[in-house]
Design a protein around this ligand. Structure first.
Ligand SMILES: *Cc1c(COP(=O)(O)O)cnc(C)c1O
Length: 218
């Protein structure tokens, strides 16, 4: 199957309110260009250096999403162009993003990553840490970032009921934040990958991050 037909097949199954991030990490620019020619404009990468090299080489109407874990000292490399940072999991990182956004005279959109899996290896905040962050005085001072929603990754398992439980947990946290906090433009729930995006959409996802089902295995 070609990248174009994979894309079209997936897009045909997505409800209109769900945004597709084409996860192109490790793939060559020629593969990304094939998706671009097929109309895709949102790409997700998990390494800042790789994303920046692709950004330099590719058309400038592409929206670049950072979906991986972000090290503070590398934020400056993507600050001039990144569209959305999915994996923000600390106030310290938000402060660095704010600082670099200010230097570039921009507002950078972010999602806060919530820990929903049962795997120690995954990153993210729990609900208490999230509330603490959002209500802190330090957070309220940050004028060059915008929190557009939440991101989560489910446990890597075949157990659909487990995955469903984790996605529902994220959706519940999102709903309670939306009710209790006055955050403008808090609308995105980024959850779902190639193996579980349909379930994620059933559970309330508004943004899916799909790699291997579009570009093939890595
Ligand atoms: C790699 C990756 C994806 C895409 O995974 P696929 O299984 O290839 O669809 C989604 N989200 C994150 C955070 C990733 O690192």
């Amino acid at each position: 199957m070609s990248i174009q037909s994979n894309l079209n097949t997936i897009k045909a199954t997505l409800p209109e309110h769900v945004t597709l991030v084409a996860v192109s990490k490790t793939k060559p620019v020629s593969d990304l260009m094939e998706a671009y020619e097929a109309g895709q404009r949102i790409f997700g990468e998990n390494k800042i250096q790789e994303m920046t090299e692709k950004w330099e080489q590719m058309p400038k109407d592409i929206q670049w999403h950072m979906i991986g874990h972000v090290q503070s000292n590398k934020v400056k490399f993507m600050a001039p162009y990144v569209t959305l940072i999915h994996g923000v999991d600390s106030l310290k990182l938000l402060q660095e993003i704010n600082k670099q956004a200010l230097k570039n005279n921009r507002i950078i959109d972010c999602l806060l990553q919530i820990y929903i899996a049962e795997e120690e290896s995954k990153f993210g905040l729990d609900e208490n840490e999230l509330n603490e962050l959002l209500t802190s005085a330090e957070f309220k001072e940050l004028k060059n970032i915008r929190i557009l929603g939440l991101m989560g990754m489910a446990t890597f398992t075949e157990d659909q009921s487990q995955i469903k439980k984790e996605f529902t947990h994220l959706k519940n946290i999102f709903d309670s934040i939306q009710k209790s906090q006055d955050i403008k433009d808090f609308t995105i729930i980024s959850m779902g990958m190639s193996g579980d995006y349909q379930l994620a959409i059933e559970c309330g996802s508004t943004m899916v991050r799909i790699g291997s089902s579009i570009f093939g295995g890595r």
